[in-house]
Design a protein around this ligand. Structure first.
Ligand code: FAD
Length: 474
């Protein structure tokens, strides 16, 4: 269809159909606003297409293969073979099911969907370029706009993603073969999740990291478990080295690294996965046409409702900065939509959980002990090591712990750190406790199903109160 230069009007223009944008669009439509959502690539954004969902599908598959092949102690002997192409097909099927669902939900809620690339052309207008031959531009006039254009992987000099041997996380998740040797640059959460996955699928993995440990934002005892399990899987770590250059070889690539003192090392690989962080997508939006300016790093600054410097333009998700997580993007989208609908809505960033789907998983919410103390609380901490959990023993998964952080005089739960299988699920209980103003006694007094890992949350609360049954009290 040739669109010509048609102009349409809408109450809310949402730019970007990831978990920030599509959730905002649906909530705004639920509030009887006329909503137009523009997406240039695929509904569901990074999360559904190239991030959370495909990575968790591969992680699950890698876990199945690894567990089956390492269960001799349980009397199970197997040597699973991984058909990487079939695995990729299955993972793509999961993605397609979810992205198709997003499109259907948007339509069913009355959201107008436009496929194209949007850029501002004025304070209340945007131009949308349609892809493909014979298609043109259209203009949209809007009362309010929600920018939800997300982020993209940062490129390291000399490691262009255009090169076949250089993978972004998106390339790695789209791979149909498992490399024999994979070098991963960066030991943040994406680097750690994918190095664990490829190691379990059979690759020899080396991780190169400029800092002196994995997962820089996590507490030492949290990351220690994950790092030592990764080493048990055969992953080799080189800390204090930054990737500086690459050389193409007949078999793949050589990754040259450099320490601060200029000392070089060389790692041979079939592929190098660069996972050094993500940057916001704001440079293609012609923000100045709307009268907006991003910060020095390209992010859009927002208030508690997601408003930018312009009252009628909101920004949600990765483009608005930390925490760059899908569930935070969705919450921000809901708050922005409800604010536009005239409702009292605001972000409460106190209790945004985060999870790393390594082996074992890590999940945190709220304050750490050090943060709580620094904020002036009279902090008390309770812990339950997994080796004391009956359920953990039955799963042969005893590395890790559940920790709960609270204010001693009032008992209010302030935070939690979980290192355990399904930590990403267990953390929800601590998040709910924080959100509801629950105390240690509330958590300890809630009857938990036996035998489950969730009992460890209850035990950690009891431990903080000096009343644990299955661990020695502090
Ligand atoms: C490998 C990986 C694993 C991850 N795992 C997790 C996880 O387990 N849990 C978690 O919470 N988070 C995870 N994340 C992060 C998560 O994917 C992001 O935080 C989330 O997708 C951000 O949502 P968003 O809506 O802000 O942006 P995005 O999901 O990036 O969506 C932005 C959309 O905007 C579109 N767009 C951009 N510019 C334009 C334009 N000009 N016009 C029209 N459309 C445009 C893009 O095509 C894209 O579809 C992961 C990320 C990666 C890369």
């Amino acid at each position: 269809m040739v669109m010509g230069d048609v102009t349409t009007g809408t109450d809310v223009l949402v730019i970007g159909g990831g978990p920030g944008g599509y959730v905002a669009a649906i909530r705004a439509a639920q509030r009887d606003l006329d909503v137009t959502l523009v997406e240039k690539d695929a509904y569901g954004g990074t999360c559904l297409n190239h991030g959370c969902i495909p990575s968790k599908a591969l992680i699950h598959a890698a876990d199945v293969a690894h567990e089956a092949g390492t269960a001799e102690a349980l009397g199970i002997h197997a040597d699973p073979a991984v058909d990487a192409a079939a695995l990729a097909d299955w993972k793509d099927g999961v993605v397609d099911q979810l992205t198709g669902g997003v499109e259907k939900l948007c339509k069913a809620n009355g959201v107008t969907l436009i496929e194209g690339t949007a850029a501002f052309s004025g304070e209340h207008t945007a131009r949308i370029a349609h892809g493909g031959d014979g298609q043109g531009m259209e203009s949209v006039e809007f009362e309010h706009a929600i920018v939800a254009t997300g982020s993209r992987p940062i490129e390291v000099p000399n490691f262009p993603y255009a090169e076949e041997a250089v993978w972004s996380s998106r390339d790695a998740l789209g791979a149909e073969t498992v490399p024999d040797h994979l070098v991963v640059v960066g030991a943040g959460y994406i680097g750690m999740e994918l190095s664990t996955t490829f190691a379990k699928l059979g690759a020899d993995v080396t991780v190169v990291e400029m800092l002196d440990d994995v997962l820089p934002t996590y507490e030492d005892d949290v990351k220690r478990v994950v790092r030592s399990r990764a080493e048990e899987l055969g992953i080799e770590f080189s800390f204090g080295e930054g990737a500086s250059d690459r050389r193409e070889t007949a078999d793949g690539i050589e990754v040259v690294t450099e320490t601060e003192d200029g000392e070089e090392s060389v790692y041979a690989a079939d592929r190098v996965l660069v996972a050094v962080g993500r940057e916001p997508v704001t440079d293609t939006l012609e923000l100045d046409a709307a009268g907006l300016e991003p910060d020095a790093d390209g992010f859009l600054e927002t208030d508690a409702q997601g408003r930018t410097d312009l009252d009628h333009v909101f920004a949600v998700g990765d483009v608005a900065g930390d925490p760059m997580l899908a569930h935070a993007a969705s919450r921000e989208g809901i708050v922005a939509a409800e604010t536009i609908a005239g409702e009292p809505a605001a972000l409460d960033a106190q209790a945004v959980p985060s999870a790393v789907f390594t082996d074992p998983e890590i999940a945190t919410v709220g304050l750490t002990e050090a943060e709580a103390t620094a904020e002036g609380f009279d902090t008390v901490v309770g812990e339950m090591p997994l080796r004391a959990s009956g359920r953990a023993l039955t799963m042969d998964e005893t590395d890790g712990f559940v920790r709960i952080v609270a204010d001693e005089p009032s008992g209010y739960v302030l935070g939690g750190q979980v290192v355990a299988p399904e930590a990403s699920e267990l953390i929800a209980e601590i998040g709910l406790a924080i959100e509801m103003g629950a105390t240690l006694a509330d958590v300890a007094g809630t009857i938990h199903t036996h035998p489950t890992l969730s009992e460890a949350v209850m035990e950690a609360a009891e431990n903080a109160m000096g009343q644990a049954i299955h661990t020695l009290n502090r």
